[in-house]
Design a protein around this ligand. Structure first.
Ligand code: BV8
Ligand code: ZN
Length: 256
């Protein structure tokens, strides 16, 4: 694995433009279950993808809004892990060296921002944002659990989570920004995603087609593993800091 590491580190040093796409796996070491993990406890009898739809919300707004609010309250207790911090560090170094750097995430937990990453492209929205179905007012909810489910808006309308559900279009500006970056980059890093959900997973294919060198960081293989240039098999929280250190030296300044 050592020479593979050096190969990837060298490719980051010589990169012109780096794009990173993250999925639930990068937040696993922060204690947030991935989408593939079985839902626990109260939710064990549901499949996440069945709850993450407009139909599920229309059918049972109380159940679905309670699930999202419970995830919001759980995530509020979680902290960014070494993988998130390594990507925030990589953004700083890359930009300091005149490289283009873009981070797009499928996650709705905002741990990248908590780690110090900026201009994060949120492809699937955020648990913290709730939107009124009637007047469209969006607001960030950073407090405790809602007192009623579904929560209501001062206008009397009901509010939904500001996430993208299955069957819903992604925010057009976010998707377009990620697609332009994937098209133009020469290095693409896919971290902690099963590469199953589109159009997000299509960004990886777009980078491959555009001739970028693609790295996959994941303890397990994905449907795109045999099409990327490198696969680092292991947890992001361990591999990303080692990779950024090997490429640019650690934040402590040694080996720069
Ligand atoms: C769309 C937010 C256009 C909500 C999410 C039928 C009707 C309509 C659409 C479709 C359809 N059939 C297919 C589609 C398209 C569909 C899709 O792709 N389905 C898949 C399942 C086939 N996509 C959509 O619906 C998208 N919209 O297409 O609109 C349209 C419109 C109308 C009609 C047709 C088309 C919208 C998709 C967005 C859905 N919202 N999240 C919420 O969070 O509740 S998706 C959700 O699951 C995540 O956000 C993520 O994107 C996705 C997959 O999760 P991952 O992040 O990859 O996580 P996962 O658990 O899968 O994997 C974790 C990985 O981490 C694993 O590989 C694991 O090995 C690894 N890992 C574990 N530990 C670690 C680790 N890696 C590193 N370190 C570790 N420590
Ligand atoms: Zn309203």
């Amino acid at each position: 694995m050592i020479d593979l590491f050096d190969d990837v580190a060298q490719s980051l040093r010589t990169a012109r433009s780096i794009v990173v796409l993250t999925g639930a796996g990068i937040s696993a070491e922060s204690g947030i279950p991935t989408f593939r993990d079985a839902l626990t406890g109260l939710w064990a009898r549901f499949n996440a993808a069945e709850l993450a739809t407009l139909e599920a919300f229309a059918h049972d707004p109380e159940l679905v809004s309670r699930w999202y609010d419970q995830r919001r309250i759980q995530v509020a207790q979680c902290r960014p892990n070494a993988g998130h911090l390594a990507l925030a560090h990589l953004q700083q170094i890359a930009r300091g060296r005149g490289k283009s750097f873009t981070l797009a995430t499928q996650n709705v937990d905002r741990l990248h921002q908590a780690a110090g990453s900026t201009e994060v492209i949120e492809l699937h929205g955020s648990l913290w944002v709730w939107r009124c179905l009637d007047c469209g007012t969006e607001s960030e909810e950073r407090g405790g659990a809602f007192e009623e489910y579904p929560p209501t808006c001062p206008c009397g309308g009901i509010r939904r989570p500001g996430v993208v559900w299955f069957g819903e279009m992604l925010p057009a500006a976010a998707l377009a920004a990620a697609q332009v970056a994937a098209e133009r980059c020469d290095r693409f890093i896919s971290v902690g995603t099963s590469s199953l959900v589109y159009p997000a997973a299509g960004l990886i294919e777009q980078a491959i087609a555009a001739g970028a060198s693609v790295l996959e960081v994941n303890p397990h293989a994905t449907p795109l593993s045999d099409r990327v240039r490198w696969s680092l098999r292991g947890p992001a929280g361990e591999l990303l800091p080692r990779l950024v250190d090997a490429a640019f030296g650690s934040p402590s300044g040694k080996n720069v």
